[in-house]
Write a protein that binds this ligand. Structure first.
Ligand SMILES: NC(=[NH2+])NCCC[C@H](N)C(=O)O
Ligand SMILES: [Mn+2]
Ligand SMILES: [Mn+2]
Length: 324
């Protein structure tokens, strides 16, 4: 295994074209405020830093999309899911935006929003990577949670706890307006998925993770092996010849570093461990997309600026800031 930073990315035609999608969406869970995260991150200087310090050529339409025009008149619970039509419509739109940037050979950064938006980001990049490169996408999902409930296994009905089940095809729906738009070319193989940081997994999710044989590095594994070894194993599992989408839920970090998030869980990653995960993935040269989700500046307000600062740091590291 080599740790040499690759200047030329493996799956992108240039090293500095970045497409940014700002998704002010909170409908995958009940707490308002997570929709304000993209603006908070941008106001903290994220995009400016990506342009000026990291020298990315950033494509960004200057808007945080809140998708209010997509709010359905009537959106009753369906199969236990809350706001199914709204989530489906928004993620479908996000999928198209990510797909377009990715087809242009740009690295895609999506700022959420709650984690349900990964239904859009990952389906868009999986499809683009298939069409542009003829390859299957791998996903590194960094989170306290597995977010792999099916509508039926979920105890909360919150769709931000379900994205991975829709993305792997474990959950499906025949109706276009409730995720039926997800087609084969949008999907991710469970063999190409690696979790890091888990520590709050629902009973039903444990069963699913075991049955699908998904690679999981829990906080216990990180304590046992150290984050360095865990990253070697994670990257080794994926292989050096596979495009990678990083989906980073800020609640993977300990609430000490990221208190302002909807479902905090104690006993998480340190800021350095989080940054290190991002650095290792930047180092692979295989990243094609990055999501940062679940920053909620209206929760634990005294910690909001710290959480935003953490988010900025994670994104900078994923985009190569700390590589020589
Ligand atoms: N993206 C998140 N923060 N997800 C938390 C999910 C919590 C719980 N497992 C649920 O399904 O409701
Ligand atoms: Mn989480
Ligand atoms: Mn999550």
């Amino acid at each position: 295994m080599t740790h040499a930073p690759s200047k030329q990315p493996k799956f992108l035609p240039t090293h500095n074209e970045l497409g940014v999608v700002a998704v002010g969406f909170s409908g995958g869970q009940p707490k308002p405020g997570v929709d304000a995260a993209p603006m908070a991150l941008i106001q903290a200087g994220l995009i400016q830093q990506l342009r000026e310090d990291l020298e990315y050529n950033v494509s960004y339409d200057g808007e945080v999309h809140n998708f209010s025009e997509m709010l359905p008149e009537d959106d009753p619970d369906y199969r236990g899911m809350k706001r199914p039509k709204f989530c489906s419509a928004v993620t479908r739109e996000v999928s198209e935006q990510v797909y377009k940037y990715s087809m242009q050979g740009k690295l895609v950064l999506t700022l959420g929003g709650d984690h349900s938006i990964a239904i859009g980001t990952i389906s868009g990049s999986a499809r683009a990577v298939r069409e542009r490169l003829g390859r299957e996408l791998a996903v590194i999902w960094v989170d306290a949670h597995a977010d792999i409930n099916t509508p039926e296994s979920s105890e909360s009905g919150n769709i931000h706890g379900m994205p991975v089940s829709f993305l792997t095809g474990l959950a499906k729906d025949e109706h276009e307006e409730t995720f039926g738009w997800l087609k084969e070319h949008h999907l991710l193989s469970p063999k190409k998925l690696v979790y890091i940081g888990l520590r709050d997994i629902d009973k039903g999710e444990k069963k699913i993770l075991r049955e699908l044989g998904i690679k999981v590095f829990t906080m216990h594994d990180i304590d046992r092996h150290g984050i360095g070894k865990v990253m070697d194993m994670a990257v080794g599992w994926i292989g050096s010849d596979t495009p990678i989408h990083l989906s980073f839920d800020v609640d993977a970090l300990d609430p000490l570093w990221a208190p302002s998030t909807g479902t905090p869980v104690r006993g998480g990653l340190t800021l350095r461990e989080g940054d290190f995960i991002c650095e290792c993935l930047a180092e692979t040269g295989s990243l094609v997309a990055v999501d940062l989700v679940e920053v909620n500046p209206s929760l634990e307000e005294h910690g909001a600026s710290e959480t935003v600062r953490t988010g900025v740091s994670l994104v900078r590291c994923a985009l190569g800031d700390t590589l020589l």
